[in-house]
Write a protein that binds this ligand. Structure first.
Ligand code: ATP
Ligand code: MG
Length: 252
């Protein structure tokens, strides 16, 4: 297993947001983590990436317990994510945004305190340009990130996450806010990432998107895992249908 979540729990002010959650992800798998709004999906990502410390349980990445490891060291161990709310620096160029992500993955806090040598900056610039070209975003390199269409910003976020050369990539609502054409374009982009051997864990409300991308689903409701099954079986589960009652997210 490339990633294991074991009995993970987290409360905020007495409210149990993640409750004894366990699941694991095999290398090369694409797992969806779904559930109604407020189910705790983003919190699970925040626990896995070290934004929050869990109240209990453990996170194991490639056989190593990373539960108490600082975020930046988890990135260096091969874990990356995108955010539900875009986190680009709006007043920097697209190229600079990607370069910052490369800077963040460079070894040691000491590196952050040292002036960046010309050699290193040039190498990052070249790598960042190549990464943007690979994603078909080269023409945006010199533009301010903040002024670009939402769909483009989300693709830049993906390039930033890949700058850490992850083996496990957590995607928090990659299709949210995208128009149908942008959503369609996301599929080959994610397929290409998966083809490199990157394991994907995807939080997403768009079930059509999930059905096409993922093989397996873990369903959360009020922080509790209520189902875990092949993606094709999701509509047949009574507890899952009940959890989504009143929403149209599971509409076939
Ligand atoms: N830092 C925090 N402080 C207090 N409560 C929080 C915090 N983060 C999340 N919560 C609460 O935890 C619950 C789960 O939130 P979370 O963002 O994980 O849900 P989600 O499944 O990602 O929902 P959505 O589909 O709307 O993104 C919510 O009730 C939320 O208000
Ligand atoms: Mg969320």
């Amino acid at each position: 297993m490339v990633l294991e979540v074991k009995n993970l729990s987290k409360s905020f002010g007495g409210l149990k947001v993640v409750d004894q959650l366990s699941f694991s992800v095999a290398r090369g798998e694409r797992l969806a983590l779904i559930g109604p709004n407020g189910a705790g999906k983003t919190t699970v990502f925040n626990l896995i990436t070290g934004v929050y410390a869990p109240d209990g349980g453990a996170i194991v990445l490639e056989g190593n317990d990373i539960t108490r490891l600082p975020s930046r060291l988890r990135i260096r161990r091969g874990l990356a994510r995108t955010f539900q709310n875009i986190r680009l620096m709006p007043h920097l160029t697209v190229l600079e945004n990607v370069m910052i992500a490369q800077y963040a993955r460079s070894p040691g806090v000491a590196a952050l305190l040292q002036p960046v040598g010309f050699g290193r900056a040039n190498r990052w610039r070249t790598e960042a340009r190549a990464a943007l070209a690979e994603a078909g975003l080269e023409s945006y390199a010199g533009q301010m990130a903040g002024g670009l269409p939402y769909g483009i910003q989300k693709r830049i976020e993906l390039v930033r996450a890949l700058a850490a050369a992850p083996r496990v990539l957590l995607l928090d609502e990659p299709a949210a806010g995208l128009n149908p054409a942008e959503t369609e374009a996301l599929h080959p982009a994610l397929e290409a990432i998966a083809a490199r051997g990157v394991t994907l864990v995807v939080v997403e409300h768009d079930m059509q998107f999930v059905g096409r991308l993922c093989q397996r689903v873990v369903v959360l409701n009020f922080g509790v895992k209520i189902a875990e099954c092949p993606v094709a079986d999701i509509h047949g589960d009574r507890r899952v249908r009940e959890a989504y009652l009143g929403t149209d997210e599971l509409a076939a």
